[in-house]
Design a protein around this ligand. Structure first.
Ligand SMILES: [Fe+2]
Length: 274
């Protein structure tokens, strides 16, 4: 199996990983889950998270084919639009985005849309000598997808590092049982398959980590290692979710991300609705 080069970029403010994937200098590349800075107090956006990614693309003379979202993020605004303006690329997300828009569109009084491409489960996207397999992995959100490129799985918000478990399932359209099934689908890949997570919250203050493997997750993930069954996982996940606060950037993030990252001139705050 091909082994693409994977570069991870960590946004400390939202604990999000952006990935740049390619086959070496001068080749085609994809960017997964770019981040736009958004300061809630001032309403100002910025490109401090995006700049290192753009610099890495330029330094290695890469050509950006696709900007891939793993889902409509609720904790950060996607940097897809400024990235596309400066570097190019086709902006794509899972077809399930319609279900997310169905719920949140009326709540924020917006007409969701504006993506260049909506992806189906099982679809393949080629870029240079590499290709992306789209794997629908709903559960955290209905639109969640994972991407396999060669021996590397980009799992979005499904599983995190083994010591961090799994993503929450309490957003509208979230479903712990569905997440379990999606995770089992991911963990059916060969044990040496590399896994790159979407967030790392550095539990206990441990150093940043974002790469693991199917074998390691099956052996040690605190929520979904092999000896934990579906019902046990579902009750653990649902009880944990009851205690989680909403992400601090959920209001601007969902609004902008349903518009493919085009930040509206004014952000609406639905009162007593979230
Ligand atoms: Fe998420």
């Amino acid at each position: 199996m091909t082994r693409p080069i994977v570069e991870g970029f960590f946004d400390r403010t939202t604990s999000t990983l952006t990935y740049l994937v390619h086959a070496g200098a001068g080749t085609e590349c994809v960017v997964i889950d770019p981040v736009l800075d958004f300061d809630l107090r001032s309403g100002r956006t910025g490109d401090s998270a995006l700049r290192p990614v753009i610099e890495a693309i330029a330094r290695q003379n890469l050509r950006l084919s696709f900007i891939l979202e793993t889902h409509v993020h609720a904790d950060h605004v996607t940097g897809a639009q400024p990235l596309k303006t400066r570097v190019g690329g086709v902006h794509a997300i899972g077809r399930g985005v319609a279900a997310v828009g169905h719920h949140f569109g009326p709540l924020f009084d917006i007409e969701p849309g504006g993506f260049d491409r909506l992806l189906e489960d099982g679809e393949c996207l080629s870029f240079g000598e590499l290709s992306v397999e789209v794997i629908a992995t709903p559960g955290h959100t209905p639109d969640s997808v994972s991407y396999r490129i060669g021996d590397a799985l980009f799992v979005g918000d499904t599983i995190f590092m083994p010591d961090s478990g799994t993503a929450r399932c309490d957003f509208p359209g979230g479903d712990a049982r569905l997440l379990w099934r999606s995770i089992r689908r991911l963990l059916a890949h060969p044990p040496e398959t590399r896994i790159f997570v979407c967030h790392d919250y550095q539990p206990g203050g441990r150093p940043l980590a974002f790469e693991t493997s199917v074998g390691e997750e099956r052996r040690a993930n605190i929520h979904v290692r092999d000896e934990i069954g579906e019902d046990e996982f579902v009750s653990l996940r649902e009880s944990r979710d009851k205690a989680l606060p909403l992400p601090s950037l959920i209001i601007p993030s969902v609004q902008a991300n349903l518009l493919a990252g085009r930040v509206p001139a004014f952000i609406k705050v639905p009162v007593d609705r979230l």
